[in-house]
Ligand binder design. Structure first.
Ligand SMILES: NC(=O)c1ccc[n+]([C@@H]2O[C@H](COP(=O)([O-])OP(=O)(O)OC[C@H]3O[C@@H](n4cnc5c(N)ncnc54)[C@H](OP(=O)(O)O)[C@@H]3O)[C@@H](O)[C@H]2O)c1
Length: 125
């Protein structure tokens, strides 16, 4: 089983890398930064063509999308910038996946600021 995790430098991603490796699973990350790690592909999530190359290079079975501005304060202060990361970049990622790796399963992390359970279970299509 091969994993690809976006937001490679982040809190959740870095811990997932350690955990999945401890289970002898193959893990690669995408980060906008140069993490100086052989498992990382440096790539901007808004760049669909670069994402397609990253998907080809990593051949994942499962993608865990953690690249997100998760600060509510930041989202309220800079809604347009945060929309680029949280909405537009996620859309670019999904476009790249649909185009070159449609069989891949995607795990999309979010927050209880968005899904607090008050409206019941989400139905996804
Ligand atoms: N931490 C928690 O306890 C917790 C709890 C519940 C849910 N979650 C959810 O889990 C996800 C990840 O959370 P986290 O705590 O790991 O966040 P984090 O440490 O802030 O990491 C998020 C990653 O997203 C990328 N990113 C952030 N801002 C960006 C920007 N402006 N432009 C481009 N890339 C940007 C960065 O990755 P690169 O620079 O490496 O590309 C960053 O390291 C979020 O959806 C969050 O809501 C987290």
């Amino acid at each position: 089983m091969r994993f690809l995790i976006t937001g490679g430098s982040g809190y959740i991603a870095s811990r997932l890398v350690k955990f999945l490796r401890s289970q002898s699973l193959h893990v690669m990350t995408i980060s906008q930064k140069d993490l100086c790690e052989s498992h990382n592909i440096q790539c901007k999530l808004g760049d669909t063509e670069a994402l397609k190359r990253a998907l080809d290079a990593s051949s994942p079975d499962i993608i865990i999308h953690t690249a997100w501005v998760n600060s509510l304060v930041q989202c309220e202060k800079n809604p347009d910038d945060c929309r680029v990361v949280n909405v537009d970049n996620s859309r670019s990622l999904m476009r790249a996946i649909t185009s070159v790796a449609p069989h891949v399963k995607v795990l999309f992390l979010s927050s209880d600021y968005v899904f607090d359970g008050s409206r019941g279970a989400m139905s996804l299509t």
